[in-house]
Ligand binder design. Structure first.
Ligand code: GLN
Length: 278
């Protein structure tokens, strides 16, 4: 008789490689089913309780539709913290951890930080955890995303102030000032859709990902303009960027008279962060 693992592999092997199946099977068993690795490889599907068998079937079906495993189990790890994620928010990426680490290493003390387009709150909350004296604000246009961010803020016991704000439609006379502004805005062009995994393309929120081919940097121009006024003197701006637009993003910051503009690479050696000083 085949093992539980072999059973899972047989169900998924039209859609996933063996390496992917190994990792998915181990996540499903440990996170949602309380089944040990030994049971996965030596136990049998037919020996499972009706309840667990039904749960596995449900998860396998969702995986066959290429739902991201993080949405299926409902959480992901980012900067060593566990974040709730739903299809209302982008799944935090490892590249974005590098952005958080950079800001953490370059700043300290009672700084005020604004995260524009906060989504799950992963950047704002991790920064608040790493820089406990900072006062951190997170903005998003999506009420649904803000609900998740607020849940994560309570669950991780941080103190971020989340607000519903549209960067293109800010209330008049906002005079708030920040020492640091950070943003990972939508930056994937429609053209790049062809190369994307179905997990991303069909399940993650388009509003957090995509920009029109004819104006891929509109968020960056808008945020740079806003930051040139809302940052304190020598305040810092940090962007996560589309790897193909490092130079163009730096030029936007030059136009807004930022200084010390840097283009930094991620661990795949792609341009991923642009940082500057007001
Ligand atoms: N890095 C993400 C991806 O590749 C995109 C994040 C974004 O658009 N800000 O899917």
């Amino acid at each position: 008789m085949e093992s539980l693992f072999t059973y899972i592999r047989r169900q998924l092997d039209t859609q996933y490689s063996v390496t992917e199946i190994k990792s998915l099977a181990s996540i499903i068993c440990s996170d949602s089913l309380n089944i040990s690795t030994i049971e996965l490889y030596t136990g049998k599907y037919t020996d499972l309780s009706a309840d667990k068998a039904q749960k596995i079937q449900y998860i396998l079906e969702r995986l066959l539709h290429h739902e991201p495993i993080q949405y299926i189990i409902g959480t992901t790890i980012f900067c060593n913290l566990t974040f709730k994620v739903t299809p209302d928010v982008l799944i935090p990426r490892p590249e974005t951890e590098e952005l958080v680490n950079l800001i953490t290493h370059e700043n300290n003390g009672k700084v005020s930080i604004l995260d524009i387009g906060t989504g799950s709150g992963c950047i704002a909350i991790s920064l608040n955890k790493n820089l406990p004296e900072a006062s951190v604000t997170g903005w998003d246009i999506s009420k649904k995303a803000l609900k998740i961010a607020t849940y994560n803020n309570n669950n991780i016991k941080t103190n971020v102030n989340f607000k519903e704000r549209d960067i293109f439609n800010l209330p008049p006379n906002t005079s708030e000032q920040f020492d640091i502004i950070v943003s990972n805005p939508p930056y994937v062009t429609e053209k790049e859709k062809e190369e994307m995994q179905p997990e991303v393309l069909y399940h993650e929120p388009s509003i957090a990902l995509f920009v029109e081919d004819n104006d891929p940097l509109r968020y960056y121009r808008r945020i740079a303009k806003y930051a040139s006024k809302a940052l304190t003197t020598d305040g810092k701006l940090y962007f996560e960027i589309n790897q193909h637009f490092g130079k163009e993003t730096a030029e936007i910051l030059q136009k807004e008279h930022f200084k010390e503009i840097r283009i930094l690479k991620d661990f795949y050696q792609n341009d991923r962060i642009v940082a500057a000083v007001r």
